[in-house]
Design a protein around this ligand. Structure first.
Ligand code: UDP
Length: 442
C-alpha cells in the first residue's frame, strides 16, 4: 500500500462501464500528480488492470452481477442493481481504508454509484461526485421525481435545452419510467444534492448557460475540469485491445479525407443496419475507418455479413477494426470527420481535435449530446435513419460539400477554445486548482 502523500488520501469509486472507467482513471492520475495518494474501489466486473497504473492502489468489491443483468440495455435498472449489490461491501471497504490511513480527504464517486454518498455521510467523510456526462444532464435531475414533459420544459426554461424536440426528450427520459428508473433517478438526485462538490468533464465555455442553471439547483460548487484526457498523462483504460494497424492505415491516407465511424462501447445494431452502414460507407467514395466491436451486431459473429463481396469492393479504401486508440485516431491528420453515437467522451474528444461530426444517437444522453452538437454548437450533422442512400448523402455533405467546410470551421473554433481553457489561466486549469484546494482544505 502506498504511503499517504502530502495532500492526503482519496478513495475513488468506479462503475464498470468503459465511458466511465476512462475519465475516473484520468481523474485519479491527475489527483495523484497533485500530491494525493489514491485508492480506487471498483466492482469485480470490468476490473482495470493495476499493472497499467502502478501509482494507484486498487480494491475490488463483490458486485454479484450476472451476465444477463449486465447485458440489460436499461441502464437505470442496472445502476440500481449495482448500487444495491455494492452498498454493503463498499461501506466495509471504505471503513477498512479509513482504519489503514487514519484519514480520508474525500470519497470521489461516479454519480452512477450514488450509494457512495450515503456511505460517505455515514462515515462523516466529504463525498464528491464525478459526472462523466455533460453538465446539462444534471439539469434533468431536479425534476425527475415528478417529471412530465410540461413540467420539465417550463421548469428548466433553458434555451439550450429547448433545442430538444419533444421526440428526443421522450427518447431521453422514457415516457413511462419503470419503478426502477424512478428510484434510481431519485437516489441519483439526492446524492448530487448532498455532495460537497460536483466534478464535470466539460468546459465552462461549452455549457455556460446550463452551468449557471446547475448552480441554482445544487448547493455544492461545480468544477468543470474538462477535457480531462488533456489534463491527464496518457492513461491506458481500454477494456478491448486497441488495434494499432489502423494508425499505419491512416498514415497512408490524404489529410482530412477519412471518415472515422464508431458507436462507442455499448450501442449495438442489427444485421440489416450493419449492411446499410457498410454500403453507405462504400457508396460515399470516402476512405473510412470503421470500428465494429465483437458484440456490436446483435445475434451475429463479428463482421460475418461483410464477407460477401463488400471488402473486395472497397479494397484499401476501408479499414475495419474491433477497437481503436480513439484519441490518437481523432488527432490524426487524415481524419476529417467522425460519425459517432454522440457519447459524451467521444464528443469531448472530437471537439478537442476540431473534428466535425455526424451523429446517430442510440439511447440516453446521446440524444441530448447530438442536439447540442448539431443545433447549439453546429459542429455536426444529424443522421436519423440507417439507410445506405441517407448515409452516403450525409457523409458527402460533411466531407465534400461547402456545408462541410463551414461546419469544420466552427469545429476548429471550438478546438481553439478548448485549448485556451487548458492554459495556465484557462477556466479548466483554474477549476482544477480550486478543486484540489477545496479537497486539501477540508
Ligand atoms: N473508444 C476507444 N476505441 C474505440 C471506440 C471507443 O478508445 O474503438 C473510447 C472512446 O475514446 C471513448 C469511449 O471509448 O473514450 C466511449 O465513451 P463514450 O462516452 O463516447 O460512449 P459510451 O461507450 O459510453 O457509449
Amino acid at each position: 500500500m502506498e504511503k499517504q502523500r502530502k495532500s492526503g488520501h482519496l478513495v475513488l469509486v468506479m462503475v464498470p462501464f468503459q465511458g466511465h472507467i476512462t475519465p475516473m482513471l484520468q481523474l485519479a492520475t491527475i489527483l495523484h500528480s497533485k500530491g494525493f495518494s489514491i485508492t480506487i474501489v471498483h466492482p469485480e466486473l470490468n476490473s482495470p488492470n493495476p499493472s497499467d497504473h502502478p501509482e494507484i492502489a486498487f480494491v475490488s468489491i463483490q458486485d454479484k452481477l450476472t451476465k444477463s443483468q449486465f447485458s440489460l440495455k436499461d441502464v437505470a435498472s442496472l445502476t440500481l442493481i449495482l448500487n444495491r449489490n455494492c452498498a454493503a461491501p463498499l461501506q466495509q471497504c471504505i471503513t477498512n481504508i479509513l482504519h489503514s490511513y487514519d484519514h480520508i480527504a474525500a470519497v470521489v464517486y461516479d454519480t452512477l454509484m450514488f450509494c457512495a454518498q450515503t456511505i460517505a455521510d455515514n462515515l462523516s467523510l466529504p463525498g464528491i461526485t464525478l459526472r462523466t456526462c455533460s453538465a446539462t444532464t444534471l439539469l434533468l435531475f431536479p425534476v425527475f421525481p415528478q417529471l412530465d414533459e410540461k413540467d420539465f420544459i417550463s421548469e428548466i426554461e433553458s434555451p439550450e435545452l429547448q433545442v430538444l424536440e419533444l421526440e428526443r426528450f421522450r427518447a431521453l427520459l422514457s415516457q413511462n419510467p419503470t419503478e426502477a428508473v424512478m428510484e434510481s433517478r431519485f437516489a441519483f438526485t439526492n446524492a448530487v444534492r448532498s455532495s460537497s462538490a460536483i466534478i464535470v468533464n466539460s468546459m465552462e465555455f461549452l455549457e455556460q448557460e446550463a452551468l449557471s442553471k446547475v448552480k441554482q439547483y445544487f448547493p455544492a460548487p461545480i468544477f468543470t475540469i474538462g477535457p480531462i484526457h488533456k489534463l491527464a498523462p496518457k492513461v491506458y483504460s481500454s477494456l478491448l485491445t486497441e488495434d494499432d494497424k489502423c494508425i499505419s492505415w491512416l498514415d497512408k491516407q490524404s489529410p482530412e479525407s477519412v471518415i472515422y465511424v464508431s458507436f462507442g462501447s455499448i450501442a449495438s445494431i442489427d444485421k440489416q443496419e450493419l449492411i446499410e452502414v457498410a454500403w453507405g460507407l462504400a457508396n460515399s467514395k470516402q476512405p473510412f475507418l470503421w470500428v465494429v466491436r465483437p458484440d456490436s451486431v446483435r445475434g451475429l459473429d463479428w463482421n460475418e455479413p461483410l464477407q460477401n463481396g463488400f471488402q473486395e469492393s472497397v479494397g484499401e479504401r476501408g479499414c475495419i477494426v474491433k477497437w481503436t486508440p480513439q484519441k490518437e485516431v481523432l488527432a490524426h491528420i487524415s481524419v476529417g470527420g467522425f460519425w459517432s453515437h454522440g457519447g459524451w467522451n467521444s464528443t469531448i474528444e472530437s471537439i478537442c481535435e476540431g473534428v466535425p461530426m455526424i451523429c446517430k444517437p442510440f439511447f440516453g444522453d446521446q440524444h441530448l449530446n447530438s442536439s447540442y452538437i448539431c443545433k447549439v454548437w453546429k459542429i455536426g450533422l444529424e443522421l436519423h435513419e440507417l439507410e445506405r442512400g441517407n448515409i452516403e448523402r450525409t457523409i458527402r455533405r460533411l466531407m465534400v460539400d461547402m456545408e462541410g467546410n463551414e461546419i469544420r470551421t466552427r469545429a476548429m473554433d471550438l478546438k481553439e477554445k478548448a485549448a485556451l481553457s487548458l492554459m495556465e489561466r484557462g477556466s479548466s486549469s483554474c477549476s482544477l486548482h480550486d478543486l484540489t484546494n477545496q479537497i486539501s482544505s477540508v
